[in-house]
Ligand binder design. Sequence first.
Ligand code: G3I
Length: 365
Amino acid sequence: MLKHLRTTATAAALLVSGTLLIGAGTAAAHPGKPGHGKPDPGTPLRVAADRAHVKFGTAVNTTALADDATYRRITAQQFSSVTAENVMKWETLQPQRGVYDFTEADRLVAFARAHGQSVRGHTLLWHNQLPAWLTEGLADGSIDAAELRGILRDHITTVVRHFKGKLYQWDVVNEVFEEDGSYRNSIWLEKLGPGYIADAFRWAREADPNVKLFFNDYNVEGVNAKSTAYYGLAKQLKARGVRVDGFGIQGHLSTQYGFPGDVGANLKRFADLGLQTAFTEVDVRVPLPADPAKLATQADYYRGLLSACLGSRSCTSFTVWGFADQYSWVPGVFDGEGAACLYDESYRTKPAFDALRAELRQGRH
Ligand code: G3I
């Protein structure tokens, strides 16, 4: 399914015998006015981001977090927000019907807490990474539509309650539109009709009135049929009293396609509707092998998205979908493309890393 992703602490960061300690205190959150002062050359992204009043996040591979000390150190040092790359999805959280397993997800939340990081929840409803008991039960007819609705309600309620007070945003529905703006054909649409989207937001809201509830999708950076479908739905839901708080733009880009147009205008129209926005899964793949020219273009693309975020008051966070090439999902899905992250496989930073930090230093504009 992803083949068509086309467009596409602060001073208290101490490295003590391999363990990075970051001051979790909020006193470090806004040390100066945006754009003022000159951070040291080695300033972590999260410190520059604090000064620009935006969260700077990464998706986290929890296996790497457990096994790879360098990965762990960089996760703590550079990022002020984390998203579970996989372990808050259905197949992990509800591996058997009615049996929930929060072990891995709770470990990530504990790590984030220990390092003064915020957590984005991903995701309460998707058509991928569903547990076998669910897909098989639907396929053989042992689970019918009415039951499916109950299962969805139970999952959202249980999961949102479990993390209540610990997350700042949830991707409530992920990738629910096709490229042409029609509803994505999924088990959810097929069995429940499009009303499942409003239901998902209502149930999540009931379970935690404070966490911000988001749409999330790819190929919605600019103004196009798909992003317009979200815009229309957000308006419609608002008119019906169903509150949606935010629009998450994944930002999976490839340098072989042009940089998406109208990103600023797109953010603005959602902001005008009263929604927050966020870049939630940014990476920029290049045709392999990478070379300096391709990495320079990659840096421009990363910087372009961050600049749009910093140009909109509505934009709360900028999250990269992993930071180290050896753990990236990209090469497994896109033949001949890769090198999509801010660090290479030996943990050397790329020009994109410097470009993002330079952009953060400019602050909001
Ligand atoms: O958990 C199994 C493990 O038990 C097994 O041994 C191993 C063998 O391949 O597979 C493991 O599952 C993998 C899973 O990631 C956890 O590591 C799947 O094969 C693999 O397909 C899965 O890929 C994830 C993908 O979503 C699934 O569609 C990627 O890591 C993850 O980066 C990616 O993330 C999505 C976002 O959630 C939504 N937006 C697009 C984005 C990129 O595809």
